[in-house]
Design a protein around this ligand. Structure first.
Ligand code: NOS
Ligand code: ZN
Length: 483
């Protein structure tokens, strides 16, 4: 029974090479030490603690530092304006020509040239706001993320945390949709992934209007071009980075007529940029927005084109509600992957369908914890999906908003919180391969990328073993430590 049970886990069919086995021994040394320490002192087990509190401790974990070095393949679910580290975001607030204004206790940003400041708000240069009031900067920092000291108190329900979450998107809008910032932000998002050993990105974007100081506005089609140009710049600077694609993902909290317009826009974008546009999704808090069933005629129209669907579905704790039913519509509409799918384990029929049709579930553990679906990540439904070999990819959703960076924090949670004490390098290797297998790349591109990834993987094994030999002979970090 034991072997039948563990043979169903993701990665269980992998046979490790000798080199991989040596690296695995090291990894499991780190993992078991940390895991068993948690078993003995449950209050210290990091996946059980709110991420706002656990983050700095995760950064000291040897498992986490191992995962950071591991070539993780692709990042398949993140959002346009919640991608970069909060440090980078904060530094953007020192940009020239940036104005701020506070309405209803929320900060708004906008760039203006001096002669063109509008009257929509009582704008002042952010530089001036900082000079006038010594506590302004602390206030500004609270506006860039949803991090708070006491999340249980500040966010009693999911609607409270989502309200703050949406306000944060709104605060950042005027800062990030200024064309030079828009491009440097995307460049930085790619850079942080690259530095986290991620080689390819598929991200959701709403394609907001982007502006210049002289009043020029770029509409969706031109905004896509801005992404493509930035991607090209990035690939020129970092030729080992494979690439990126956009999933056009506007708000679901709209009427039918707006979705008619989405269909027209998505079709046009796919025609103009067939390679860069991966597909379509609808975003926003599912419990408060419209369910997919409301837009079936439009979505069927879109399905006639070669646009793939990547629907967010059942990002919820409720069973049998419209949010939960989105799983059925997503599968019936032949979705390529499912964003979150948090409710899936309550639906045996959907479980069968996703397995037989190879529809990957994009699991974002930290997002689900911070946005109040589950407190202790050992109770995340993804634990069942991983243990039973469902098609799963690990994703990061909105790392910027909770102080995470790129993908490794979520991989850490998947490895320590959502999988068995026994799960090892085989799981991590399969998760990396899954991220390429379930990407929107065509078969030829997938196999090219896979070859690139394997090179990185072999280099990673070499690097880990070299470091291990070094540690054995030199103790820690300096030749003075030779024993
Ligand atoms: O986890 C999520 N579920 C649904 N929608 C989300 C999530 N994270 C971000 N957004 C949505 O994405 C838009 C920016 O691309 C935001 O406006 C937000 O509504
Ligand atoms: Zn999302």
């Amino acid at each position: 029974m034991l072997s039948s049970d563990s043979s169903q886990m993701i990665g269980s069919s992998i046979v490790l090479s000798d080199k991989e086995q040596q690296v695995n021994d090291l990894l499991m040394n780190y993992k078991l030490k940390e895991y068993d320490e948690g078993f003995n002192n449950p209050g210290n087990f990091l996946p059980a603690v709110n991420f706002f509190k656990s983050k700095s401790k995760i950064e000291q974990s040897e498992v986490f530092n191992f995962i950071r070095k591991l070539p993780k393949g692709a990042s398949l679910h993140s959002h346009d304006t919640a991608s970069v580290s909060s440090e980078f975001l904060y530094n953007l607030t020192y940009s020239d020509n940036l104005y701020g204004c506070v309405t209803n206790e929320r900060l708004q940003f906008h760039f203006f040239s001096e002669s063109m400041v509008d009257n929509v708000c009582k704008w002042k240069l952010v530089e001036q706001l900082r000079q006038e009031n010594s506590s302004f900067d602390d206030f500004l920092k609270t506006q860039l993320t949803i991090i708070v000291d006491d999340p249980v108190k500040v966010y009693p329900s999911i609607n409270d945390v989502w309200s703050r979450f949406m306000q944060t998107f709104s605060t950042l809008s005027g800062l990030l949709t200024y064309r030079p910032v828009f491009q440097s932000y995307f460049y930085q998002a790619l850079k942080e992934l690259y530095e986290d050993n991620v080689m390819y990105l598929e991200f959701r974007g709403t394609l907001p209007d982007v502006y210049e100081l002289n009043g020029t506005i770029y509409k969706a089609e031109e905004v896509v071009k801005l992404y493509i140009d930035t991607l090209q710049d990035f690939k020129r600077d970092y030729p080992n980075f494979h690439g990126a694609r956009l999933i056009y993902a506007p708000s679901r909290n709209v009427d039918n007529e707006t979705v008619d317009n989405y269909v027209v826009a998505a079709t046009k974008l796919k025609e103009l940029y067939p390679d860069f546009i991966a597909g379509f999704d609808l975003v926003g808090q599912e419990d408060l927005g419209k369910p997919l069933i409301q837009f079936i005629p439009q979505l069927l129209e879109l399905a006639k084109t070669n646009i793939k669907f990547f629907f967010h579905a059942a990002e919820t704790d409720w069973i049998g509600t419209s949010t939960d039913m989105n799983l059925f519509d997503a599968v019936l509409l032949n979705t390529t992957r499912i964003g979150h799918g948090f409710g899936i384990t309550k639906h045996p029929q959907i479980l069968q369908e996703v397995k037989s049709r190879s529809i990957a579930i994009e699991i974002s553990p930290i997002s689900n914890q911070v946005l109040k679906l589950v407190d202790d990540l050992r109770n995340h439904p993804g634990a069942f999906l991983i243990a039973s070999g469902y098609p799963v990819v690990i994703t990061c959703d909105d790392p910027s908003f909770w102080g995470a960076k790129a993908l490794s924090y979520d991989w850490y949670m998947a490895f320590m919180g959502l999988s068995s004490r026994e799960s090892d390098l085989k799981l991590l290797k399969q998760l990396a391969m899954n991220s390429l297998i379930y990407s929107a790349m065509d078969e030829e591109e997938k196999s090219d990328t896979f070859i690139e990834w394997e090179k990185q993987w072999n280099q990673f094994l070499e690097d880990i073993l070299k470091k291990d030999v070094f540690m054995k002979y030199f103790g820690c970090c300096s030749v003075n430590n030779i024993k």
